[in-house]
Write a protein that binds this ligand. Structure first.
Ligand SMILES: Cc1cc2nc3c(=O)[nH]c(=O)nc-3n(C[C@H](O)[C@H](O)[C@H](O)COP(=O)(O)OP(=O)(O)OC[C@H]3O[C@@H](n4cnc5c(N)ncnc54)[C@H](O)[C@@H]3O)c2cc1C
Length: 359
């Protein structure tokens, strides 16, 4: 008899895993949103809102055999998952991939895709009306946003503020140096090594004056806070033996199990897997989980299967609009040509539309 795998959360991890297991098990994906939100394109979508039509992808074409239940899970135990309406979904194995939240309008804030469209439209209109824009946080999202605005709206006065001493100081120096130089040529000002002392919101764009730890004051018609992802750990925290790590993600054992329940796994942004909170990380964990779950369904003990090995050095691609950018491709650092070809032009829209069975 086919075994029941319930996946909670239809983000990158959940979608790839559900698709991979669709012909091998009885798959149920639990996801409250009507559409998958393809985050790499949601940065450009602030500047080019028409992109939302491709970046928000309905779930109805994802599975051939399995089912998608449009609901929020409220709790799990060894026997299955309970939904917000009280329904119980029985499972032999459970994978929790509830992901993370981010600032508006870079990821949906609620379960309503209509509300997300409205947030995107509001952000876009604020951007159109603004002369000066400050971006607080120069991770990949903040840096890419600066590049997208500079490309599509070169008349804007854009400042990128970072508490770090340079762009991506943990990566080979050439990557950050070349990106900084390209941003500067595109007219973007960068301020490094400065904390914002009076950030009014960490989740919503607003208009105001930033006071920096270096004494500088930056007044901007529009301030985008982009200071990182927050793991959505709620339904895992109450499991026996579960705990959160320094990054506020849920800790796991070597087989990505977050608790004493041997048939419950967690992966993607929600779990401390050893990978960064990236699609690149989830795309490595999903095939490993698929293989491991197939072995378990074949009767193997988890301890007899290979533990998860995170990326040693993960690739990292940073487009600055559709033409320019730089990428760390592990063996070397690539420039605009490869960054455009690998990511900047299409932003992986074709790949994820295909994965979800659209187009
Ligand atoms: C603007 C932006 C751009 C990015 N660009 C890149 C990039 O170019 N490359 C890259 O590698 N990474 C990128 N990232 C990071 C990437 O988006 C995340 O690492 C990725 O989304 C993690 O996937 P996930 O499946 O773990 O979770 P998520 O994508 O966060 O999905 C989690 C899903 O779980 C659902 N969920 C939550 N709680 C429940 C519940 N209780 N019950 C049921 N379902 C639930 C949510 O509705 C959501 O659909 C970007 C992030 C942002 C914000």
């Amino acid at each position: 008899m086919s075994q029941r795998i319930v996946i909670v959360g239809g983000g990158y991890l959940g979608v790839q895993l559900a698709k991979g297991l669709d012909s091998k098990a009885e798959v149920t994906l639990i996801e409250p949103r009507s559409h998958f939100a393809h985050t790499p394109a949601l940065i450009r979508a602030v500047v080019v809102p028409e992109l939302l039509d491709q970046a928000l992808i309905p779930y109805d074409g994802l599975l051939k055999n399995g089912r998608v239940i449009k609901a929020r899970a409220t709790s799990i135990d060894a026997n299955g998952v309970t939904l917000e309406n009280g329904q119980e979904v029985p499972a032999d194995y459970i994978v929790v991939a509830t992901g993370s939240s981010n600032a508006v309008p870079f990821k949906p804030k609620s379960d309503s895709i209509e509300a997300f469209r409205a947030d995107n439209a509001r952000g876009h209109n604020m951007l159109k009306a603004a002369k000066s824009v400050a971006i607080v946080g120069a991770g990949a999202v903040g840096t890419e946003l600066a590049g997208e605005i500079a490309h599509f709206m070169p008349e804007k006065d854009v400042t990128l503020v970072s508490a770090e001493p340079s762009l991506f100081p943990q990566m080979p120096q050439k990557l950050g140096a070349e990106l900084t130089s390209k941003l500067s040529k595109a007219g973007v000002k960068t301020v490094f090594g400065a904390q914002v002392k009076n950030l009014e919101s960490t989740t919503e764009p607003y208009s105001g004056t930033l006071e920096l730890s270096n004494g500088q004051r930056i007044s901007a018609d529009l301030i985008f806070p982009v200071i990182g992802s927050r793991a959505a750990t709620d339904i895992l925290e109450t499991l026996p033996g579960a705990s959160k790590g320094n990054s506020r993600r849920i800790e796991t054992d070597a087989w990505l199990r977050p608790s004493e329940l041997p048939n419950v796994f967690a992966a993607g942004d929600v779990a401390e897997t050893g990978d960064a909170m990236t699609v690149v990380g989830a795309s490595r964990q999903a095939p490993w989980l698929e293989k491991t779950l197939v072995s378990l369904m074949d009767g193997k003990a988890v301890e007899d299967t290979p533990p998860y090995k995170p990326w040693d050095k993960a690739p990292f691609l940073v487009p600055l609009g559709p033409q320019k950018g730089n990428s760390y491709l592990v063996l070397f650092t690539a420039g605009s040509f490869l960054t455009r070809a690998l990511k900047g032009k299409d932003l992986f829209l074709s790949k994820y539309n295909k994965m979800l069975g659209r187009g």
